[in-house]
Design a protein around this ligand. Structure first.
Ligand code: HEC
Length: 210
């Protein structure tokens, strides 16, 4: 479900961008008849796609919370829409190009957001495996909320950018492998988490499985 919505969002963003790009190019190159024709043809599909894109976007934010980068992205998108509307209505190339640039920058931010891992502070007492009170699951839970929750959701169940971990078919070794190496939009953690940390976070994730 979450993955389907995430994919719908990605696909509708891409279609939206392509349509938008074609329109801007036609406007800038003075192909007014072609622009009018194209605008008419894509009118209804465009409305559907932009509605999908906005609704799935709102849903994803509700799931993951808004990071700073995401807020900048949303502001860019929100500013670009009236610019585009006015730009195309008045045939104002500068406004149309400006709004296109804003959208592309917002898209760039989304890409930047993807594979970057920011080192997080973990409670040193929880993380200290040589203490007699060390509890691997508590250590794992702390790592999980620091590194994984943003995509996989609280207790693995409602990840917006990831997938539902509670129904994962993977065993412990396969999960460790995935955390080390990453896959698609999930970043590789091998340079950020040591073996102890990967063992702990995966041990915790295993307990989330239904
Ligand atoms: C940027 C988002 C993101 C972050 C952060 C992230 N994941 Fe993922 N994770 C994903 C995506 C997307 C997939 C699905 C990859 C695929 O199969 O295409 C995934 C898949 C997985 C899987 C495999 C599930 C299965 O059954 O296929 C495991 C296990 C997993 N993640 C654990 C973690 C752990 C543990 C962390 C934290 C250390 C983490 N993930 C952080 C996005 C993320």
């Amino acid at each position: 479900m979450f993955r389907a919505i995430f994919l719908t969002h990605l696909i509708s963003v891409n279609i939206f961008l392509i349509v938008y790009l074609v329109k801007t190019i036609l406007l800038v190159s003075n192909k007014n008849t072609a622009l009018a024709k194209f605008t008419k043809v894509v009118k209804v599909p465009e409305m559907i796609v932009s509605t999908l894109f906005l609704l799935t976007g709102v849903y994803l934010i509700m799931q993951t919370g808004a990071s700073k980068l995401l807020i900048i992205k949303i502001i860019f998108v929100l500013v670009s829409i009236p610019l585009a509307v006015i730009g195309f209505k008045k045939g104002n190339k500068i406004l149309a190009v400006l709004s296109m640039l804003l959208i592309i920058m917002a898209y760039g931010f989304a890409e930047m957001n993807k594979k970057k891992i920011v080192k997080q502070e973990i409670d040193p007492v929880l993380a200290n495996a040589s203490l007699p009170t060390y509890d691997i699951l508590k250590h794992g839970a702390a790592l999980y909320s620091a590194y994984c929750q943003s995509c996989h959701g609280v207790e693995g169940a409602n990840g917006a950018g990831g997938i539902n971990l509670t129904i994962s078919q993977k065993n412990m070794e396969q999960m460790k492998e995935q955390v080390r190496k990453g896959k698609s939009s999930m970043p590789p953690y091998k340079d950020f988490l040591n073996d102890q940390e990967i063992n702990a976070v995966v041990a915790y994730v295993m307990t989330l499985k239904k």
